[in-house]
Design a protein around this ligand. Structure first.
Ligand code: ADE
Length: 414
């Protein structure tokens, strides 16, 4: 971790986030009483933020001993890492801006603790254990995975018959992806672009690549800021949805010519290539909100450039032979976590409630789980939604007995 002297600021910000995480707080209070994770060693590879710190406190209250490392080299909040070590007694291996080698040294350090549970955001710990530490795999009871990209990697591992322990895909929970991916990514991505550039979005042409839950959120929020939003897609269904949601849908080669801000959220690689950049206007801004920094083909763009320089913090300028300049934000890494603070605590409350309850579920049901990727059980998902509504002071209706009978009968028609 970078500097223990930042711990006090970290504590203040962690407590601030906690105010917006009442569901996780209720789970922490129950965990303190019931200790469902007593003695369990957890290796967690997550973005080291104020929200993650509150999840770590919850797991510790449940009796776990934790080694936390970063799930992205640029997303660590150094004051939070310091507070975790200094005040909350949680081993943390993470420094904002660490190079790739340090990033993997930190994953190794977390795995050196011989975890019985793994908690990933992007599947790097699971893939490290499967690739480099196969002898440790039998020690692991189960793992959880936070994000779409990680779940895709783990399903690929499962399909090859190589997944060595059960996984609970937290991303599959409705209380995760409908809120975190959509409203969390939507708001925090715009926040990252604005903090990095301070450009006016009103009247600007914003191209959103990918219309999954994250892309939907980003497009919705950019539209709300007054941007003209263009969506690119490869999936016909999502493309129709984008059209009917009121967006212009174009192939990237055409969007490249008119866009002013480009935001990728596809989970795939080379979505914006050097050939696309060749077509872009002077001053175009490129940002990524997908998990890995592969969506924009940065090496090829760098090779094309006549010169590069840091135009301002988190903004790299590429100048080309014809004088055009294009600006890349946050090295093409998750712009919301690199240039801003990631999703607000209010949505992470539900995502991390899923993480905490999925860990408890995995420990309780370890003898029943096979080496498969599982969804979060529906009762857990529903309970989190119920608790969230309760903490928001929102009341809803209940079915009457007559309505329940109607919904379970086939005979009543016109
Ligand atoms: N992923 C997106 N936003 C996050 C946050 N605030 N904390 C941890 N992981 C995140």
């Amino acid at each position: 971790m970078k500097d223990l002297g930042q711990a006090a600021e970290g504590v203040r910000r962690i407590e601030w986030a906690e105010r917006e995480m009442p569901v996780l707080r209720a789970i922490r209070e129950r965990f303190e009483r019931e200790r469902p994770l007593e003695g369990k060693r957890i290796a967690a590879c997550l973005h080291v933020t104020t929200e993650t710190a509150n999840l770590m406190r919850t797991l510790k209250a449940g009796g776990a001993s934790i080694a936390l490392c970063a799930s992205n080299p640029l997303s660590t909040q150094d004051d939070v890492a310091a507070a975790l070590v200094d005040t909350y007694g949680i081993s943390t291996y993470a420094i904002k801006g660490e190079d790739n080698e340090t990033y993997y040294t930190h994953i190794e350090a977390a795995c050196d603790t011989h975890p019985e549970l793994t908690m990933d955001d992007g599947a790097d710990v699971i893939s490290f254990l499967h690739g480099k530490r196969p002898e440790q795999l039998s020690e692991v009871i189960a793992g959880t995975e936070e994000t779409t990209t990680g779940v895709i990697r783990l399903k690929a591992l499962e399909a090859e018959g190589k997944l060595a322990y059960p996984i609970i895909a937290v991303n599959a929970a409705l209380t995760k992806h409908l809120f975190d991916n959509r409203y969390g990514t939507g708001q925090s991505t715009i926040d990252g672009v604005l903090r990095a550039t301070n450009v006016l979005l009103a009247g600007r042409k914003v191209v959103v690549a990918g219309y999954g839950w994250c892309g939907r959120g980003i497009a919705m929020r950019a539209k709300g800021m007054g941007s003209h939003v263009i969506v690119t897609e490869v999936d016909p269904l999502k493309a129709i949805e984008a059209v009917m949601d009121g967006y212009e849908v174009l192939p990237m080669a055409r969007a490249a010519e008119i866009g002013e801000v480009f935001i990728t959220a596809t989970g795939d690689k080379s979505v914006i290539t050097a050939e696309h950049v060749d077509r872009m206007r002077d001053g175009a801004i490129l940002a990524n909100s997908g998990h890995f920094n592969v969506e924009i083909d940065i090496p090829a763009i760098r090779e094309r450039a006549r010169s590069t320089r840091e135009a301002r913090q988190f903004v790299e300028e590429f100048e080309f032979a014809d004088g055009r300049r294009v600006y890349l934000l946050a090295e093409g890494r998750l712009v919301n976590l690199s240039a801003a603070e990631g999703h607000p605590a209010q949505v992470m409350d539900m995502s991390f409630a899923n993480q905490a309850l999925a860990s408890e579920y995995a420990v309780e049901n370890k003898s029943k789980l096979e080496h498969k990727v599982y969804a979060v059980p529906e009762p857990i998902d529903k309970e989190i939604a119920r608790l969230k509504l309760e903490t928001m002071g929102v009341d809803i209706d209940r079915l009457t007995e007559e309505q329940e009978r109607y919904l379970s009968s086939w005979s009543e028609g016109t």
